[in-house]
Design a protein around this ligand. Sequence first.
Ligand SMILES: Cc1cc2nc3c(=O)[nH]c(=O)nc-3n(C[C@H](O)[C@H](O)[C@H](O)COP(=O)(O)OP(=O)(O)OC[C@H]3O[C@@H](n4cnc5c(N)ncnc54)[C@H](O)[C@@H]3O)c2cc1C
Length: 394
Amino acid sequence: MKHRIVVLGAGYAGAFSAGVLARRLHSDDFEITVVNAEPDFAERLRNHQLAAGRQLRRRPLTEVFAGTGIQLRVAQVTGVDVEHRTVTITDGADIDSLAYDTLLYALGSTADVHSVAGVAEHAFHVASRPAALRLRARLAELGANGQVLVVGGNLTAIEAATEIAEAHPDLRVGLVTRGELGGWLSSTARRHLFEAFDRFAITVHEHTTIARVDAAGAVAADGTAFAADATVWAAGFAVPAIAATSGLAVRPDGRITVDRQMRSVSHPDVYVAGDSAFVIGDNGLPLPMSCASAGFTSMQATATIIGDRTGRKVSTTSLSYVGNHISLGRKDAIFQVVDDDARSKSWALRGRAAARLKAAILGVNPWSLRHPTFGMPSRRYRASTDRPHAVVAT
Ligand SMILES: Cc1cc2nc3c(=O)[nH]c(=O)nc-3n(C[C@H](O)[C@H](O)[C@H](O)COP(=O)(O)OP(=O)(O)OC[C@H]3O[C@@H](n4cnc5c(N)ncnc54)[C@H](O)[C@@H]3O)c2cc1C
């Protein structure tokens, strides 16, 4: 019987990892199944573009995985039984159970819509493709002078506010944040950010905590009301509760605690990559949820699975945090580099050059999913239970 590897989620982490495993492990010994809620690869990095009304190319997962032997199940994961090594999935009509020998958990994150009253009922967000499409439809309904309020002061809020303001210059866009807008940026980068907000005529309210969202907009803790036809919640990500309810060791925020090799500390046959993982990076600090972290953690998780399952030495890959790349509409951006303590360096790439670099990175991402070994010659390894340490070149 083949060793069954089940990958949960086909975002940046899951799709990349599945592709690597399919190219590195021998198909006579290993069977790889990917479960994802949607049939297309969700390019989350472009969700704010989608919400603002841009046309994006569909990327069916069947194309991403073509020729790899990966079996795709388009279904919702509803539970993981870590004792019996099964995953419960549903396609809406039927419930099914998938048995695994090795599990790679990469269900990512979504918007945190449950921490503040009314958000789940009344606010929009851009953390998933369906949610971005709902916001897109709402923005299209609004007439001139319609009011959009973005809540949050971090990367997603900045990208959403600027993208919407650029694509819909007839709308009035405001942003409310508990702290400072882009407060972690270097002073040069922050100045650039505020110039962009001025150019787009986005009004900014800092040091304002939203306590409630309703159909009319948002209300701050001090009672100030912000009228809005669409409130966009971009005040943090949350991970699915599936890991916590399955009995895996998780942090208070639900992220799965893993060791340096991306194995669950409670269930070492469960590996984790992407936003769902809580892992300490090479700088001694937790890696932030980000596409870059999804890449690093996927590389480590797949290296560990390959080592553990084939009897080879587990290679250590980098778990780095180099900075953030923030788009400010289609023609402007900031690439803020950080130091070893995750503090912004004084230098940041700004303007069109940063926007072009970001566009190039976004363009390479889908390519790397089709070519996860980056063109390096593939050697497929046999399972160690059959032939320990044996390597078969293909
Ligand atoms: C608008 C926006 C812009 C961003 N820009 C940047 C950026 O510029 N740089 C950066 O580094 N990061 C950025 N991020 C963050 C980045 O998108 C995430 O950190 C990254 O997508 C995490 O990858 P992942 O594979 O862990 O999760 P995801 O990309 O979220 O993938 C998870 C996958 O699992 C599926 N899934 C989830 N739950 C279930 C379930 N129960 N059953 C079945 N399938 C399920 C989802 O459909 C999805 O396909 C941005 C995020 C947003 C929302």
